[in-house]
Design a protein around this ligand. Structure first.
Ligand SMILES: Cc1cc2nc3c(=O)[nH]c(=O)nc-3n(C[C@H](O)[C@H](O)[C@H](O)COP(=O)(O)OP(=O)(O)OC[C@H]3O[C@@H](n4cnc5c(N)ncnc54)[C@H](O)[C@@H]3O)c2cc1C
Length: 393
């Protein structure tokens, strides 16, 4: 699972997928001293951009198209990156070491990185619904929301809840249909789930829980029922895939000189001593960068991190750090339901995750405690006067 040793000026690296992970891979390659040719191939016709805006500021109209890019366009030229945007790779070409593009062209590689990300999970009974993953879908949804008509949303996960919040703030009628007992239940648990149910209802969302079938209505429908890793290319190439392309901590797949990064992977995390799959923007970037450094042949990788993400709904900013592991008890700092407050998730008295509402300092500190594998007591967590940085000393 390691790269061949030579990665000199004549070496060609190809990255398939120009999302946040693919974009970070080339950054890691250059920072790791790779001076060969780098080609970044993406099926979207856009420079790599910050996808999380699509269900938040971009939809709201507060973050324009000009501000969603991950870096200034000139950087690609300055760092010698060959951009092939609007091109879909249809075969990784492991045998001949050249990827095949939809139009039949090939691009040769000595090192290959798969960064094809995730796609929205589709409901077979709703093929014509809106599925929010890429910019054109966000544009259609924004036009629809701006018209102020009604919207059905299937799934009260993060995308469903964020879009509901935007649509309500724009004055539209919003009906959310969730199969589970609370919104955001799997990640946040029943208490915070119920809190978010109240938040949405207080803003006028018609929220139906425990629903067993898709609604029949005349309103446009957004489906937000999770995502699936885009592993088709890797599967066809015979790479090891188990609900994600299986990679080691350096991004190495089961084939020599073939790497993978971002949402599409199930990567080995030394911190959790397990393969984990994470679908967060920052992880895609940080892991992508580390994989780039590894491909360049640099032995020193950036340290493993506790996954982190955020969500914006109305005037609430939720931040969460942890790997979504099962917990047996929660502890609240602050007054539950009155932001700012933070919920800590414990497993056998060990801190394994944290979620804060308008309370990012405590989340950031708890994240550092978990990354450093330090012990913190339940009393210390519950005490708003106890600075969590003290356990790091
Ligand atoms: C609406 C929305 C809101 C989100 N909000 C948040 C948030 O608030 N916080 C957070 O942490 N995370 C959020 N996420 C998740 C975050 O955006 C992802 O974790 C991150 O984008 C993953 O990056 P990636 O590069 O691995 O994959 P992707 O972003 O999926 O990028 C993969 C790229 O590869 C391209 N591609 C796929 N197949 C091919 C092919 N065969 N040939 C060429 N190109 C190909 C795709 O078109 C895409 O451009 C959100 C996601 C969405 C959709």
């Amino acid at each position: 699972m390691v790269a061949s040793p030579s990665a000199g000026a004549g070496t060609k690296a190809v990255i398939v997928g120009a999302g946040p992970a693919g974009d970070a891979v080339w950054g890691g390659l250059r920072d790791g001293g790779f001076d060969g040719q780098i080609t970044l191939i993406g099926s979207e016709g856009e420079l790599p951009y910050e996808r999380p805006h699509l269900s938040k500021g971009y939809l709201m109209g507060t973050v324009p198209h000009s501000r969603i890019g991950l870096r200034p366009a000139a950087q690609y030229r300055d760092f010698g990156i060959d951009l092939m945007l609007g091109h879909r790779v249809v075969d990784l070409g492991l045998e001949h070491r050249a990827v095949v593009i939809e139009n039949g062209d090939t691009v040769a590689w000595d090192r290959l990185c798969i960064a094809t990300g995730s796609d929205a999970r589709r409901l077979p009974e709703l093929p014509d619904a809106i599925y929010l993953r890429e910019l054109p879908e966000a544009e259609s949804l924004r036009m629809l929301i701006d018209r102020g008509g009604g919207l059905d949303i299937i799934g009260a996960g993060f995308i469903g809840c964020e879009v509901a919040a935007v649509a309500r703030q724009k004055g539209g009628e919003v009906h959310v249909h969730e199969a589970l007992a609370q919104p955001l239940l799997r990640v946040l648990g029943p208490e915070l789930g119920a809190y978010f149910a109240d938040v949405h209802r207080s803003h006028g969302v018609e929220l139906q829980l425990n629903v067993t079938s898709a609604p029949r209505s005349e309103r446009p429908t957004l489906v937000g029922v999770g995502s699936v890793p885009r592993t088709e290319l890797a599967e066809r190439a015979g790479l090891e895939v188990d609900r994600g392309v299986v990679v080691d901590e350096r991004g190495g797949t089961s084939a020599p000189d073939v790497f993978a990064a971002g949402d599409v992977t199930r990567f080995f995390s030394p911190l959790y001593d397990a393969h984990i799959r994470v679908e967060h923007f920052q992880t895609a970037q940080r892991q992508g960068y580390a994989v780039g450094v590894a491909i360049a042949g640099d032995a020193e990788l950036p340290p493993d991190e506790v996954p982190w993400f955020w969500s914006d709904q109305y005037d609430l900013n939720l931040q969460y750090a942890g790997a979504g592991l099962p917990w047996d008890r929660t502890i609240t700092r602050g007054q539950f339901g009155k932001p700012p407050f933070t919920v800590f998730y414990m497993q056998s008295s060990k801190l394994i995750a944290v979620a804060g509402i308008n309370d990012h300092h405590h989340v950031a500190r708890a994240r550092r405690v978990m990354a450093a594998r330090k012990t913190v007591t339940e009393q210390q967590l519950a005490d708003p006067g106890f600075d969590l940085r003290r356990v790091l000393a």
